[in-house]
Write a protein that binds this ligand. Structure first.
Ligand SMILES: [Ca+2]
Ligand SMILES: [Ca+2]
Length: 217
């Protein structure tokens, strides 16, 4: 079909295309360099899927865990095992025997009491405040937030929490005579996982609320 001169023609054309590519090599190199991060991450994902079934990939995972226990300095709790916290010098430690700023940071109270009655005798929204007890002793009472179903607080109390420290939280509607209970929770000893998370989200019949445990060390 094609005689020798036509083949030579193709050859010459091919050579000139390669020459052109060669001249553009710096540009191609630049383009590849820019594309590499994307290509790289795609490769990692594919490799993970492929090697996930092999034993060796599993061992690599264990090595990562070992690093998180202390060899690699941590900067936040979620770099530590689920029952540990990250302290200021970068070590993952037991969460107990350390100081925490404890507070209810938010409460979202229902518009009425459980059963449908208004929070106040003459109607009106609740006036939430919260108290903290440690081993049965009240150590902190927040300011009330007047006539709001959504309340937020800063501050709180500094508490050294041991594994058997009893922590109690009570959220109430501030009233002249009798404070209507909103929600309460008591831990005979806080689970390490809550201190690791640094927070506890509660849901009751009258409100949802968030308790924070902020490590201070
Ligand atoms: Ca009330
Ligand atoms: Ca009120």
């Amino acid at each position: 079909m094609a005689d020798a001169s036509t083949r030579r023609g193709w050859y010459t054309q091919a050579v000139s295309i390669f020459d052109a590519l060669d001249r553009q090599r710096p540009l191609l190199t630049l383009a590849l360099t820019l594309a590499l991060p994307m290509v790289g991450s795609a490769c990692v994902e594919v490799a993970g899927e492929d090697e996930g079934e092999t034993g060796e990939a599993g061992e690599a995972g264990e090595a990562g865990e070992a690093g998180a226990t202390g060899q690699v300095p941590c900067t936040e709790n979620n770099q530590c095992p689920d029952d540990m916290v990250c302290v200021a010098d970068g070590d993952c430690l037991s969460p107990f025997g350390l100081n925490y700023q404890v507070r209810v940071s938010a409460a979202y109270v229902d518009f009425t009491k459980d059963g449908g009655a208004a929070w106040d005798p003459l109607g009106g929204d609740p006036d939430p405040f919260w108290t903290l007890t440690v081993d049965g002793v009240e150590v902190f009472e927040s300011e009330p937030v007047d006539n709001e179903t959504t309340a937020m607080w800063g501050g709180g109390a500094l508490v050294e929490i041991q594994s058997d420290t009893e922590i109690g939280i009570r959220i109430e509607d501030n009233d002249a005579n009798f404070h209507d209970p909103i929600e309460s929770v008591t831990w005979p000893g806080l689970p390490a996982s809550i201190l690791h998370e640094g927070r506890y989200g509660g849901t009751g019949t009258n409100a949802e609320y968030l308790v924070e445990f902020i490590l201070v060390d």
